[in-house]
Structure formats: C-alpha cells, structure tokens
Write a protein that binds this ligand. Structure first.
Ligand SMILES: Nc1ncnc2c1ncn2[C@@H]1O[C@H](COP(=O)(O)OP(=O)(O)O)[C@@H](O)[C@H]1O
Ligand SMILES: [Mg+2]
Length: 229
C-alpha cells in the first residue's frame, strides 16, 4: 500500500482580487521508504505542495491520504497530532533556538508536547545525524551543515513516517549538502519516506524518483534507478 496518496490537488491563493492557481491538479504517490525529489522553477508550486502534504495548509480541491486516511478534512486537533507524530519537517532556514544546545533543540518537540524524554533515543538521534561530539554546542558555535543536521534530528525525534524537506540544502555548499544526503539515504533505509525539494540536479539524482513541477502541474516523473529495494 502507498503510504502517501495525493490525488488531483488544487490550491488557489488570493492576493486582493488576483487569484493565483499554485497547484492545478497534482497527483503523487509514495511508498514507505521511498525517496522522492521535487524539482521545478521558482514559483512552480513546490512549497505549496509540501505545505499541503504536511497539513500546514488546506487544499481547495483533491485529496491527500496518509496510511489510507484522508487528512485534508481532519479537525485541527488531529492535524496537530499528524504534524507531531507522522510528519517531520526540515526547511531551508534551520529555525533553531539560539539559546539552546544541539541536544536541547533536538528534544524541543518533546518538551513542547510534554512528552517523556528518552535519553537513549536522543543519543541515538545525535549519532544518526553525526552530532554526538557537538551535542552541547549552541547554534552559533555550529556550522551551517551542523545546524541543518540538528534540524533533521529535531524532525526525527517523534519517529515520523514521512520527512518533508523544502530546499534543505539551499543555504549549504555542495560538500555539506552531500553529508545531508548521506543522512537522508540512511533514513530511507530505515523505512522513512522522504520528499525533498531541491534545485540541485546532482542531489536529485540520488533519490529514487524525480518529480518535476512546472506552473502547478507535474510535468515529468522519472525513476533514477537508485532504488534497490
Ligand atoms: N501565501 C501566498 N499568497 C499568495 N500567493 C502565494 C502564496 N504562497 C505562494 N503563492 C504563489 O503561489 C505560486 C507557487 O508558490 P510556491 O509554492 O511557493 O513556489 P515554489 O516553492 O515552487 O517556488 C507562486 O506564484 C507564488 O507567488
Ligand atoms: Mg518554495
């Protein structure tokens, strides 16, 4: 079964009297452990699509099923739960708390939702994102790549099924971006589904499938041949 099933999604933004048709009927499916790249020119609807899949915004038409459950019509309480437990978000900006250490930033979602902190799990995440040695450092003491790895750790803390990353390497040099992709590849091997927006064709080729969006429509879907599952 597909973990994610997006069907005929439409999104219209209204700016004064102007209507912007950001998504004009987008369909997309993803299996558990699949790594999908979303590429396309600026303004083509990539962020709009990510925000809808992540339940940060609501569509004007179409359906989004996660684990066979329609999410677009869910009441706010269930949407919060979905964003907290099923989906992890990574953005181009790292959105770290400057006064907190790497470890504390990773634990933040647990603190916010008053969940018990499983110290062993936090150490496991730190190891997964390669920050064991840097756990006690605050963001200003970390490099861009390390800050983004903290953000990935924070996205992982609630054991999500899906990670949505919107241009996660947009602020990083190519060698640093590589390290982020090594982590992404490891996450897919653990069965996490990854949907990543990128402008970098070399990075996109490392995913299993590339989906090209132009002007709110999916124009091309191609397998990269890297899916060995
Ligand atoms: N909140 C908003 N209000 C009005 N228009 C928006 C809003 N968000 C996005 N848009 C418009 O929707 C289109 C798609 O935007 P977006 O999904 O951000 O593109 P991308 O991420 O591919 O660069 C663009 O034309 C953009 O200007
Ligand atoms: Mg965008």
């Amino acid at each position: 079964m597909n973990l994610l099933e997006v069907q005929n999604l439409t999104k219209i933004y209204r700016r004064g009297s102007e209507e912007i048709h950001a998504l004009k009927g987008v369909s997309l499916t993803a299996r558990a452990g699949e790594f999908i790249s979303i590429v396309g020119p600026s303004g083509s609807g990539k962020t709009a699509l990510m925000n809808l899949i992540g339940s940060l915004d609501t569509p004007d038409g179409g359906t989004i099923l996660i684990d066979g459950k329609e999410i677009s019509g869910l009441p706010e309480r269930e949407r919060v739960s979905l964003r907290r437990h099923t989906i992890g978000f990574v953005f181009q900006q790292f959105f770290l708390i400057p006064t907190m250490t790497a470890r504390e930033n990773i634990m933040l979602p647990l603190i916010f939702s008053r969940q018990k902190i499983d110290e062993a799990w936090i150490e496991q995440i730190l190891a997964m994102v390669g920050l064991t040695e840097r756990a006690g450092h605050k963001p200003h003491e970390l490099s861009g790549g390390e800050m983004q790895r903290v953000a990935i750790g924070r996205a992982l803390v609630n054991r999500p099924e899906i990670i949505l990353a919107d241009e996660p390497t947009g602020n990083l040099d190519s060698a640093t971006a590589e390290q982020i992709y090594v982590i992404f590849e490891e996450l897919t091997r653990q069965g996490i589904t990854l949907i990543v927006v990128t402008h970098n064709p070399d990075l996109a080729r490392r995913s299993h499938r590339i989906v090209t969006i132009c002007d709110g429509i999916i124009h091309d879907e191609s397998s990269t041949g890297t899916d060995d599952s």
